[in-house]
Design a binder for this molecule. Structure first.
Ligand SMILES: C[S@@+](CC[C@H](N)C(=O)[O-])C[C@H]1O[C@@H](n2cnc3c(N)ncnc32)[C@H](O)[C@@H]1O
Length: 398
């Protein structure tokens, strides 16, 4: 998958007072930022800039914004309506591939899953994640928003928009990654059948606790928070408590907490005060976790499920990561009756990037984790060979 990114916050420029512009410096890269989109055919982009009332603040232009093979950056100058001064320009800018389905700024989760995509649709060739940024009184914040529409069924109320803030500019922890998008889409697709959701999210009691490692901006944990109650209901359970804890290094904290607040607002709009879900964040460094040193929230309960996406690409950190999984299992075993249950389950999503990542499986075997592939999902990539996201179920008993 490719991502539309801003290389710096959008700028309002009124140096020519008769022709003010908003200037955007755009690139289109992979999640890792290691290659630029190199399409076989030019990709046209739609750029919208609407105020809160839905009125465009920019003039229509005749020339399309186009990304072609070999480009590294696209300098977009949006002509602002000439009567508007800097203080008047409060708007939402959405940058969207013209051939991808609307609404602008939104990626549909069903378009991420090959079995939901027609073979002649643009999505079957590879997707580009749109970007949204806000300008307030002519000033753009250093944050962009990704919107993934979770399509959990065929009715309009089954479409949940997941808005996730990420940083403009380079960062590992503060933007979303392919495996996170794919597993979020897979979960959204699974929950409406009790058989398929039971495979990935089996809920048999009225409480359920999920801990996420390396949560980044929170795409996986927040998706789970949005669907866990319905997933339980499909399996005949009503949750009285569903605790979801996102964890990562301190650099991820600000963005993760901000995304938790956005998700809580979205959930409280749908179920005012009746939700059983608590969604929280705590720092958890695997170099501490492997020694069983956890913060107060991670230590507070046993975890029915541990989840992680796109956390296995750095081979150097694999021993600490597997050590943390094993330490979480050991902490689970200290709770009375835990050993009578099925043990600790882990859902791990990964987009294999190089063969050295196979070291993960040896480490898992050494620590007596059993693993099976739940699903391998093809991820087409425009102008390049397909990639794949593998979703594993890891289990450890006593
Ligand atoms: C590629 S990002 C994936 C983020 C997110 N899971 C997603 O799918 O969008 C990897 C994440 O692992 C976290 N991470 C790396 N080393 C870590 C460590 N030693 N302890 C805790 N988290 C770590 C990074 O901060 C980052 O957020």
């Amino acid at each position: 998958m490719h991502y539309i990114r801003l290389l710096r916050p959008a700028k309002f420029d009124a140096s020519d007072r008769r022709r003010p512009i908003i200037s955007l410096l755009i690139t289109i890269t992979t999640d890792l930022g290691d290659s630029f989109l190199y399409p076989d055919e030019p990709v046209e982009l739609i750029v919208g800039a609407d105020d809160a009332a839905g009125q465009s603040v920019i003039l229509k232009t005749d020339h399309p914004y186009r990304w072609t093979a070999g480009m590294r950056v696209l300098d977009v100058k949006l002509p602002v309506k000439s009567h508007l001064r800097k203080d008047d320009v409060t708007c939402t800018i959405k940058i969207h591939p013209a051939r991808q389905s609307r609404p602008l700024g939104v990626l549909r989760s069903d378009h991420v899953l090959p079995w939901r995509v027609a073979s002649d649709s643009p999505a079957s060739k590879g997707l580009i994640m749109p970007a949204t940024v806000e300008i307030i009184k002519g000033v753009c914040s250093p944050i962009s928003v990704r919107t993934l529409q979770l399509n959990t069924g065929s009715q309009p109320e089954d479409q949940l928009n997941l808005d996730l803030e990420e940083d403009i500019g380079e960062s590992i922890a503060r933007h979303i990654w392919d495996a996170g998008i794919v597993i979020a889409s897979f979960l959204a697709d699974s929950w409406h059948s009790s058989e398929s959701i039971r495979k990935i999210l089996p809920i048999e009691e009225d409480t359920f606790s999920i801990l996420e490692l390396g949560s980044g901006v929170g795409i996986l944990g927040i998706t789970l928070a949005r669907i866990v109650e319905r997933a339980a209901a499909v399996q005949g359970c009503t949750l009285s408590e569903a605790a979801i804890l996102l964890t990562d290094l301190p650099e991820a904290e600000e963005r993760a907490r901000s995304n938790i607040s956005i998700a809580e607002t979205a959930v409280s709009c749908i179920h005012p005060s009746s939700s059983a879900v608590t969604l929280r964040y705590e720092d958890l460094d695997w170099d501490e976790g492997k020694h069983g040193r956890f913060g107060p929230l991670a230590s507070a309960r046993p975890w029915d499920l541990v989840v992680l996406s796109d956390c296995t690409y750095n081979v150097d950190s694999l021993p600490a990561l597997v050590g943390t999984l094993s330490a979480l299992h050991a902490a689970n075993l200290k709770y009375p009756d835990f050993d009578k249950g099925p043990g600790t389950s882990v859902i791990l999503a990964t987009k294999p990037r190089h063969s050295s990542e196979q070291a993960l499986f040896q480490l898992l075997k050494t620590d007596e984790w059993q693993y099976t592939v739940l699903e391998s999902i093809r991820l087409p990539k425009l102008g390049e060979e397909d990639e794949q996201v593998d979703i594993y179920l890891l289990k450890k008993g006593r």
